[in-house]
Design a protein around this ligand. Structure first.
Ligand code: SDX
Length: 436
């Protein structure tokens, strides 16, 4: 970042001396006011719950223009990456800053595919869970447990450790997600098959059985690969900020990523695709498209606490570009599987049409986000609803790791330690028991 050609001055109406603060501009996006000296020079904090106006770091990885509905990974528009590249190329781009040439892509993919197995002891962790445990509870546990197996790569300040931990996490997430699924349906785990693509290997571990050869459907393989690319990274969202804050203590990368998995689970964040599918199924069960108007009235009634899941976004105040691409993939998969008349897809499109014309949503700039269509396409592929967020976590692992490594390799980084505005009781003495 570089110093902007202007500064800002904070002045007070109570005669306190004003404070001059530098302004920086990045390569694109809003300028930032450097407030790092604010507390030491004024004894005051800024106040920004939810960080609506706060840049927590500088980054070179992902940029979102919320007004234009634009998403760039290392400068490349998501539309071009989702159309002209695959997830392995996207992982290389996010981790190292550049798209790989054919040779680098081959080598990177080989490296990832040769780290797909997990330690044989890992399978015993699953036995402690009930078979109907939510896969995100299982995944949070399994990812954290990885730190017990890789003592050779837990020093986050060692660049070699960071590199091998990054590859291990990207490579093993599909295996762990598939194990969580198989455990839930009572089927045997399938070992990874390294001659398959990253996406094809995942589909086989999910839907293959030891009883017969599993044939990867190229349309589904491409769809799941694109779903991974669309979910790979997204600036300083809640789970990425969790990973950065967790990793800033110097804990190992596996523990930091497991914190990200836990945060992503929430329905306001990565859990929205699961919540959105349940919402669509609910409306469908209670009258379908005929009942959409009634449902929308509920959404607009503040007291109902009903949200249109898969809609709205902290940053996008225009259409989420990932939602458009996801809708395209939805169309392709439903056509391939002969589900062109999928009632939920029709219902989703009806809801979207109404929302894009209804002033409640238009005035609040609420558009479909990545979660609105992702559930329908995953359900069509045969992924159970409660595993949708697990797929999101699988895909977002590369973004979390890239952001974590960017933070740790920044010589300026410090442990994150936000302050607060205290509004509780002032100091008082403990009364004796008979006086309480
Ligand atoms: C992801 O940050 C990221 O980048 C996340 C993500 C990523 O890739 O990492 O993009 C992934 O998490 C996508 C978002 C998935 N979540 C959902 O689809 C859940 C439904 N959406 C909402 O919960 C909400 O839109 C958020 C959480 C996504 C954004 O919330 P904000 O920015 O805090 O917005 P807000 O709650 O302040 O809403 C502004 C207004 C409010 O109404 P008013 O008080 O102004 O009258 O819009 C309303 C909200 O009530 N509103 C909605 C709504 N979302 C916002 N009303 C109905 N339905 C919704 N979905």
């Amino acid at each position: 970042m570089k110093l902007a050609d202007y500064k800002t001055t904070l002045s007070f109406t109570n005669g306190q001396p004003s404070l001059e603060m530098p302004v920086y501009n990045g390569s694109i996006g809003p300028d930032v006011i450097d407030i790092r000296k604010l507390y030491s020079q004024t004894g005051m904090f800024t106040y920004d719950p939810g960080f609506l106006s706060t840049a927590s770091c500088q980054s070179t990885i992902t940029f979102i223009d919320g007004d234009k509905g634009e998403l760039l990974y290392r400068g490349y528009p998501i539309e071009q990456l989702a159309t002209n590249c695959d997830f392995m190329e996207t992982c290389h781009l996010l981790l190292y800053g550049e798209l790989p040439n054919a040779r680098d892509k081959h080598d990177f993919t080989q490296t990832v595919m040769h780290h797909t197995m997990v330690h044989e002891q890992m399978q015993f962790f699953l036995r402690g869970f009930r078979r109907d445990a939510h896969p995100m509870a299982v995944l949070t546990g399994l990812v954290g447990a990885l730190s017990a197996f890789y003592h050779d790569s837990t020093d986050i300040n060692n660049p070699e450790h960071r590199e091998v931990a990054a590859i291990r996490l990207i490579a093993k997430m599909p295996t762990l997600v598939a194990m969580a699924y198989k455990y839930g349906v009572g089927q045997p785990f399938l070992y990874p098959q390294n001659n398959l693509s990253y996406a094809g290997n995942f589909l086989r571990m999910m839907f293959g059985t030891p009883c017969e050869e599993y044939k990867v459907n190229p349309v589904l393989e491409r769809a799941i690969d694109r779903i991974f690319t669309l979910h790979a990274d997204h600036e300083q969202n809640a789970s990425t900020s969790t990973v950065r804050l967790c990793g800033s203590s110097g804990t190992n990368p596996f523990a930091a990523i497991s914190a990200g998995v836990a945060c992503l689970w929430g329905p306001a964040h990565g859990g929205a695709n699961e919540a959105c599918l349940y919402m669509l199924e609910n409306i469908q069960a209670n009258g379908g498209i005929a009942k959409v108007g009634e449902f929308m009235e509920q959404v607009k009634d503040k007291n109902s606490n009903v949200k249109l899941m898969g809609f709205g976004h902290r940053v996008y105040k225009n259409y989420d570009p990932r939602a458009k691409l996801m809708q395209e993939t939805c169309n392709e998969v439903l056509k391939e599987l002969g589900l062109g008349n999928d009632p939920l897809f029709k219902l989703a499109k009806a809801l979207e049409k109404i929302a894009l014309e209804d002033d409640y949503f238009v005035s609040r700039k609420l558009y479909p986000n990545v979660d609105f269509y992702s559930g329908i396409v995953q359900r069509a592929i045969g992924i159970p609803v409660n595993l949708f967020t697990g797929i999101f976590a699988l895909a977002r692992t590369v973004g979390w790791v890239a952001q974590l490594n960017e933070m740790i390799s920044d010589p300026e980084y410090k442990i994150g330690r936000p302050r607060q505005m205290f509004t509780g009781s002032v100091k008082r003495d403990v009364p004796p028991m008979n006086k309480r």
